[in-house]
Write a protein that binds this ligand. Structure first.
Ligand code: GDP
Length: 534
């Protein structure tokens, strides 16, 4: 079951991953089938209508609404009885809307692998490509699911070529489709020498699997019509010649992706993919930190905050910090040290997001995601330990690409607005800058849709109608350097200076020319487009 028999079994059986895909490729459907096979829900729901609006928040939350399944935003845990033993899957949600967001990036810092879903008719689409690039930055192992094989799809070699070319990753087939579109009858499971036949009549039944003994097994003729069989035999022979065999080490390093073919809506190929996650999606991995790396099997508990969600319950101003456990065995009530403030914190109400319900977490192991309700102490990038001063690395904050001024509809409510903005800034939903000159705030985001989401959330959650308006600035850069140099620079450039929500100095401008000029005139300071969150 594991490449790491030395790990404690509870850690070795954990698989923490995200699903990346272009909208409409089938992420939601696949998630639902995961839950179905995981025994977390009894019956998958029906296809639903949807629009762009549903993508603005979490896909999981929307599933809750649309399908009446009780799931929770951001993370879901469920067990899967794999052939090699029981696995605990922690599936982490990546925001579904199409603006690339930091949120997505940070979510991917909390997982050990990603499942990439592509539509068999469309291949690698723009959003898949972007998300893949983010995974590549961290060398995340990627398992590919080519969905919608029940419909007219592209030629199998063409799909594989496209992935290899566009994403620069080796592709090895874990299964091979037999027939296309209406003629698609199922797949040959290459890894297990098995013929899996799809049941089109009942979308919730698992396909019939027939154990085969090599390509010469007489059972082929029994189950596959001659014209399909002939073509399939040719293809599989070509695949063996042209495509690399599965190399688990290369998968782990993120240079090779195994691909499964299937149809999520017909529950077909899903179980095989889940087995694949068990076999090749790695167990909890070491976590980069300062001054040393954290290993999952360490006895002492460590974890880090990768996401903060405010106002999950609009009646309470509470926030939930999502914490990825990096090591050890956590038990409820345990006191952990909040490294940034060096203060102890008793974690008495941790939440585990089981697909069937949201429950108090009595325990959690390295690899798990827990939610910690708090009043704002926990911020993105924070590390929790049993006392050692460790700081998890690699959770960046990006300079926003779009800036706008913001005003409360009612000028008397400016203080309220400030509070709301700070809350969203800490949640990571936007950057908020307070210019030294003038009144008001400047809000920065990565994608334009985020302004709309913010405006509607401020109105909904704080009862505060707001207006976004063009800002005189279009770029923000963090200023770093020796304290004296930064102060001197700030004093000489007051009309360009502001502070972010952490009190760090930013340089605001309209012109790249200004940024270049600063680099030339002030060699002792640096303007940066990212900062590490501490
Ligand atoms: P998401 O946007 O990636 O979450 O995609 P959804 O899971 O919502 O699926 C998008 C659409 O494709 C829905 O109408 C699904 O019913 C449909 N769909 C998903 N999987 C399949 C499949 O295997 N075959 C077919 N024909 N349609 C599918």
């Amino acid at each position: 079951m594991t490449n790491r028999p030395d790990l404690p079994p509870e850690i070795a059986r954990r698989r923490t991953f995200a699903i990346i895909s272009h909208p409409d490729a089938g992420k939601t459907t696949l998630t639902e089938k995961f839950l179905l096979f995981g025994g977390a829900i009894q019956m998958a729901g029906q296809v639903r209508a949807k629009g762009e609006a549903r993508r603005t928040r979490s896909d999981f939350m929307q599933m809750e609404k649309d399908r009446g399944i009780s799931v929770s935003a951001s993370a879901m845990s469920f067990d899967f009885a794999s052939q090699k033993g029981s696995l605990r899957f922690n599936l982490v949600d990546t925001p579904g809307h199409s603006d690339f967001s930091e949120d997505t990036y940070r979510t991917l810092t909390a997982v050990d692998a990603a499942v990439m879903v592509i539509d068999g008719a469309k291949g690698v689409e723009s959003q898949t490509q972007k998300l893949f690039e983010v995974c590549r930055l961290r060398d995340l192992p990627i398992l590919t699911f080519c969905n919608k094989m029940d419909r007219e799809s592209r030629d199998t070699f063409e799909i594989i070529d496209e992935i290899q070319e566009n994403l620069a990753i080796d592709v090895t087939p874990a299964s091979w489709p037999i027939g296309v579109g209406r003629d698609f009858i199922g797949c040959y499971d290459i890894l297990r020498d098995q013929l899996d036949l799809m049941d089109r009549a009942d979308r919730n039944t698992v396909a019939e699997s027939i154990q085969i003994n090599g390509m010469d097994d007489p059972q082929w003729e029994e189950h596959v019509p001659p014209h399909l069989l002939e073509q399939f035999r040719e293809e599989i022979e070509m695949a063996r010649e042209l495509l690399p065999p599965l190399d688990p080490k290369a998968v782990l390093e993120g240079t090779m992706t195994p691909i499964w073919f299937g149809s999520a809506i017909n529950s077909f190929g899903v179980r095989e993919l889940m087995e694949g996650i068990g076999a090749f999606g790695p167990e909890p991995q070491p976590q980069a930190a300062e001054p040393r790396q954290i290993l999952p099997e360490e006895k002492k508990v460590t974890g880090f905050v990768f996401k903060v969600q405010a106002n999950m319950d609009p009646k309470h101003r509470d926030r939930v910090a999502f914490v990825r456990m990096a090591s050890g065995h956590f038990t409820r009530g345990q006191k952990l040290t909040h490294v940034r403030t060096k203060k102890p914190m008793a974690i008495s109400n941790p939440v585990l997001f089981l697909a069937s319900d949201r429950e108090l977490a009595d325990e959690a192991w390295a690899g798990d995601i827990i939610g910690i309700p708090n009043h704002g102490q926990l911020r993105i990038g924070d590390t929790l330990t049993e006392g050692e001063m460790l700081q998890v690395r690699g959770i960046p904050s990006f300079a926003p690409e779009l800036l706008q001024g913001v005003r409360a509809g009612d000028p008397m409510k400016a203080k309220h607005l400030e509070k709301a903005l700070m809350q969203f800034a800490e949640e990571g939903a936007a950057k908020v800058f307070k210019p030294t000159f003038g009144s008001g705030f400047i809000v920065g985001v990565v994608g334009p849709l985020q302004f709309e989401v913010l405006a509607s959330r401020i109105e909904l959650e704080y009862g505060l109608p707001v207006r976004f308006e063009p800002s005189q600035f279009t770029s923000a850069r963090w200023v770093s350097g020796e304290k004296d140099a930064v102060e001197k620079f700030a004093a000489a450039n007051k009309q360009h200076i502001g502070e972010d929500s952490d009190g760090d100095v930013v340089y605001l401008t309209r012109l790249q020319w200004d940024i270049d000029r600063v680099a030339r005139d002030y060699p002792e300071i640096a303007l940066t487009a990212t900062k590490e969150m501490m």
